[in-house]
Design a protein around this ligand. Structure first.
Ligand code: IPE
Ligand code: IPE
Ligand code: MG
Length: 241
């Protein structure tokens, strides 16, 4: 039995974040174009998502494309956009029998009308699902998310719906893309980089981080199990003793 199935439900994170990093290096190691790494990464995303749903993780957020990833060569961004489109078309065909609700977090208005339509359809067609909530972070940045939330707050104040004194942590959380969801308990970063890269900045104030020296396309369910066991052994204090 795998650790995911072995672990008591209460020892599992309520909300797991994964920074799906290392596709480019995976491809380079094999003498392949970076886009081949992204294809392998997308395939792995399907495997890991299904596994998370099966072992009973209630919320999963995956980082698929950051607000900074537009800085990459046009060819790579183009390949990623084609892959997103292909993935969403497949998801509409095959993924909808899974009991997973899909929500896109980030500024999706920057994507092509075709991709936006697919995003809207996946969200709509999965909206009645009662199992795991899957947040796909696309054109997501923690800072951009906070800017967006501040604008919403300013609008409410300007319109007289909210007084400045009423702005508290809950008022900010309620205006994030993850409104109503628990904060992530665990963030896993494969690829060995020790940084957040702008992922869930506000929400992960007290998240446990597990950095693993393994590239995302190579990341297996057994690696997830290792991270879950590591998480279960951590002593979370939240500033207390
Ligand atoms: C993550 O893999 C995928 C995206 C950021 C879209 P990378 O493409 O960042 O892979 P490395 O970090 O260059 O190996
Ligand atoms: C973070 O990875 C974003 C995603 C995995 C989507 P990056 O590869 O963009 O992060 P940096 O540039 O190494 O910080
Ligand atoms: Mg990277």
């Amino acid at each position: 039995m795998s650790a995911g199935q072995q672990l008591d439900k209460s020892a599992l994170p309520q909300h797991l974040g994964i920074i799906m990093d290392g596709n480019g290096r995976w491809a380079k190691k094999r003498g392949l174009p970076r886009s081949a790494g992204h294809t392998a990464g997308a395939n792995n995303f399907r495997t890991i998502t299904r596994y998370c749903s099966r072992i009973g993780i209630p919320y999963l957020t995956v980082y698929a494309f950051s607000t900074e990833n537009w800085r990459r060569p046009a060819e790579e961004v183009g390949a990623l956009m084609r892959l997103f489109k292909q993935y969403l078309e497949e998801a509409l065909r095959d993924f909808m029998d899974e009991n997973i609700r899909v929500i896109f977090i980030g500024d999706t208005s920057a994507f092509s009308p075709e991709l936006r339509e697919l995003i809207a359809r996946v969200e709509r067609e999965s909206s009645g699902k009662t199992g795991m909530v899957l947040n796909i972070a696309m054109n997501y940045g923690g800072r951009a998310e906070l800017v967006h939330a501040m604008r919403l707050l300013a609008e409410d104040v300007q319109a007289g719906r909210l007084s400045p004194e009423a702005i508290d942590e809950d008022a900010i959380s309620a205006r994030l893309y993850t409104a109503g969801q628990p904060d992530p308990d665990l963030v896993i970063r494969p690829s060995g980089e020790h940084r957040t890269s702008n992922f869930l900045l506000w929400q992960s104030a007290y998240a446990e981080y597990v950095v693993m020296d393994i590239l995302w396309p190579d990341f297996k369910t057994s690696d997830l199990d290792r991270a879950l066991l590591e998480y279960a052994s951590r002593n979370r204090r939240f500033g207390g003793v």
